[in-house]
Design a protein around this ligand. Structure first.
Ligand SMILES: [Zn+2]
Length: 469
């Protein structure tokens, strides 16, 4: 598999350090709210990478943190009059609900800042001891200039960075380029931990360096996140980790592109800020996942109602194909493809080419857009093959291929979640009765009624089959 490495700006063959286990770290959410569709993209994209690596036989140790100490959490908790801990725990629970709806599997470990304070303090202390960091009035800062490779990920030099550097009024750093590893407590009500520099809490960047080291080791295979994290977050992570460990932090850096909303940058002030929780009111989680995977992860993607509707109808086609195959496969159970005709055996062998195409797309820097096309080509091919009926064995074998490929993308996970309602099922039963009584006028009338409800009825030798528009 080839992966585009932000560090080298090249597509490179992916070779994990230990063939037995890929070590992967993805920056997780700051838990002060439901996560928005922009946050959802890295969760879904890198979950898909993990699924694909596992599909091709790798074991993946996947770490995604929760930032549960942060100014945004503290401010939000103050507004609500609750403890920071209560607020962050609530949104961790909500994260699992929304991520679950999107088919994002739980990480091997989801470490939290509050549960790794010992490691974080150790890390800061080690940097101070090595001369890479210094204490100033209860804060601890990283001496950016001391780390020779600073800027290598985002390709910026120190002079340019210096021109853009700002110092916050609360900060007491020696150089505008330095960044906080530890922040002294400023008010009594903020969460704080005891440290050699007094009571305080960690800066944002240090947690990922500390937790990545603890759970994955000093050098990892893949570090990933949204493009907006490249600078300063990931640049600072590299500086901290490589300064302390004296070895490369991550061999491959992966970044997904931005999401725009109706072609505009997402921002709270523009009112085009959508949480996944909001979107799930109108679309099921798989549709959101399909949308997020429908473009290449490094390209920007535009979220709009039109794009979501396209995703919905494309996914409906995939689901219908699965429904048809399940229906045929259940028709007359046969063992091991018995009952397959010669033509079906030949057709089944041909499905291998869609699997190859799917894998070639995924091997090419996780090109999920092309992988989805391969799934649709498979579906078209199978639809032609089963047009005039098919043996149960053939249908079951095709279903297996479809499930395999869609499963790597985290799609078609379960029965079409929007099951047909009671009203639909009642009409279908009524139509069957009309047909049995040879009242074809009534049967056609009901078929049209169903059509108006977005449901197509197909009469097959196994009985009526329902498909969504
Ligand atoms: Zn991070």
């Amino acid at each position: 598999m080839k992966i585009y490495n932000t560090l080298t700006r090249k597509k490179e063959e992916f070779t994990p350090m230990d063939a037995g286990e890929v070590k992967m770290y993805v920056c997780g959410p700051t838990v002060y709210n439901y996560f928005h569709v922009g946050n959802a993209r890295p969760f879904v994209v890198f979950d898909t990478l993990r699924r694909y690596l596992e599909h091709t036989g790798s074991k993946v140790r996947y770490v995604q943190n929760f930032t549960d100490v942060d100014d945004k959490i503290i401010n939000r908790a103050r507004e609500e009059g609750v403890a920071s801990r209560e607020l962050s725990e609530r949104y961790i629970d909500e994260y699992y609900k929304d991520a679950g709806a999107l088919g994002v599997a739980k990480a091997t470990v989801h470490p939290k800042v509050t549960e790794n304070m010992g490691e974080i303090l150790d890390f800061v202390r080690a940097l101070v001891d090595k001369g890479y960091a210094y204490e100033s009035d209860g804060d601890v800062y990283f001496s950016t200039r001391k780390f020779a490779g600073y800027g290598k990920l985002s390709r910026q030099n120190i002079e340019d960075l210096e021109a853009g550097a700002r110092v916050d009024v609360n900060e007491t750093k020696a150089d505008p380029l330095d960044f906080a590893l530890w922040k002294r407590r400023k008010t009594e009500d903020e969460p704080a931990w005891e440290s050699p520099w007094g009571w305080g809490r960690p800066g944002w960047h240090i947690e990922c360096s500390a937790m990545s080291r603890k759970y994955l080791g000093e050098t990892i295979d893949i570090h990933a996140g949204g493009q907006d994290l490249t600078f300063p977050h990931h640049e600072n992570e590299i500086a901290q980790s490589e300064a302390r460990n004296g070895k490369p932090f991550a061999n491959y850096w992966m970044h997904n592109g931005y999401i725009t909303i109706d072609d505009e940058k997402m921002s709270k002030s523009k009112g085009n800020f959508f949480t996944v929780r909001d979107i799930l009111k109108d679309y099921d989680g798989e549709t959101v996942r399909y949308f997020l995977l429908s473009g290449h992860y490094r390209n920007p993607i535009n979220f709009s109602r039109e794009m979501m509707e396209q995703a919905r109808s494309a996914l409906a086609r995939m689901r219908n194909a699965k429904t048809t195959l399940k229906h045929l496969a259940a028709g007359a159970p046969q063992e091991g493809g018995a009952g397959m005709s010669e033509a079906e055996r030949a057709a089944l062998a041909e499905t291998g080419r869609f699997r190859d195409k799917f894998r070639a797309a995924m091997d090419d820097d996780l090109n999920t857009a092309d992988a989805i096309s391969a799934v649709f080509e498979l579906i078209s091919f199978v639809n032609v093959a089963v047009k005039d009926g098919a043996s149960a064995g053939f249908a079951a074998a095709c279903l297996e291929v479809l499930d395999e490929l869609a499963g790597v993308l985290g799609l078609l996970r379960d029965e079409a979640p929007a099951e047909f309602g009671e009203d639909v099922m009642k009409l279908v039963a009524e139509r069957q009765e009309a047909r049995a009584a040879k009242d074809f006028a009534r049967a056609d009338e009901i078929r049209d009624l169903l059509k108006g409800m977005g449901v197509t009825v197909k009469d097959t030798p196994q009985g009526p089959q329902l498909l969504r528009e």
